[in-house]
Design a protein around this ligand. Structure first.
Ligand code: BTN
Length: 254
């Protein structure tokens, strides 16, 4: 493992780079006691990277940025703990925008380019105990042939596919961390209002008919945005509003 000391930044955390890990989230969860707020665990390769609902996250050698950040706050300010994922999705979107890649955010915390997933976020931990792990997978130089082993019904893309050029993964990582720090700092100091305005501007689900699957009975209806603490709002055909903390959203075919 190589420890890179961050010389500036709001969090002053270090970046711990591992050649290979099962999962950066798993490592961070297991080693949380020795991590400081803002420490970043980065793996060049993950052998068992996973996403929400325990789905496999493809992490080919240094082509997908896979990081987990230790977030420690006692207590977490306002709704910070419940909107951590959304806040991070917006930071990823902003950092892609700087590379001329136009992305949208999709509840709960996916980042899409042309309807295809380019980044995923997995937040784990215990906010009441004062710590969380923010796991981010961003497809940077991942190729179409890397993706061929994935379910074609879940379209994915990478920065390299979208821009038809290769990116320096380390550089993208540093830029993204700076964007995350800025977004977090602004929200901790100024509240989440700007976040909601920003989410509305870049929301992939605006005006869509959707189905939310939470593992029990799926709810179909019209997407009605997000509550201020990060829950999705859906209005069903009887006009009744439903709100969910977590789940999977798919677009209804007409
Ligand atoms: C999802 O879309 O379901 C979330 C994907 C999160 C993947 C990242 S890669 C870094 C970190 N380590 C993991 O095992 N998962 C997250």
């Amino acid at each position: 493992m190589q420890r890179i000391l961050k010389d500036k930044g709001l969090w002053n955390g270090d970046i711990l780079v591992f050649e290979s890990l099962h999962s950066t989230n798993k490592w961070a969860l297991e080693n949380m006691a020795s991590l400081a707020h803002g420490d970043v665990i980065r793996a060049i390769r993950q052998t068992a990277g996973h996403g929400r609902f325990d789905r496999k996250w493809l992490s080919p050698d240094d082509r997908c940025l896979t990081i987990s950040i230790a977030i420690k706050r006692e207590p977490f300010a306002g709704t910070m703990a419940t909107i951590l994922g959304q806040l991070s999705a917006l930071a990823i979107r902003a950092s892609l925008d700087k590379q001329q890649i136009a992305a949208l955010v999709k509840w709960p915390n996916d980042v899409l380019v042309n309807g295809k997933k380019i980044a995923g976020i997995l937040v784990e931990g215990d906010s009441l105990a004062g710590w969380m792990v923010l796991g981010i997978g961003l497809n940077i130089n991942t190729t179409i042939s890397d993706f061929s082993q994935l379910d074609p019904m879940q379209p994915v893309t990478s920065m390299a596919i979208e821009r038809e050029c290769a990116f320096d993964v380390g550089r993208v990582c540093v830029d993204l961390l700076a964007e995350l720090e800025r977004t977090f700092d602004a929200t901790e100091k100024g509240g989440a209002n700007h976040l909601f305005d920003n989410w509305k501007l870049h929301d992939a689900l605006t005006g869509k008919q959707i189905t939310v699957n939470t593992g029990t009975a799926p709810v179909k209806g019209t997407y009605a945005g997000m509550t201020e603490d990060g829950r999705i709002r859906v209005i069903d055909t009887f006009g009744e509003e439903h709100q969910f903390w977590s789940g999977d959203v798919s677009l209804n075919s007409i």
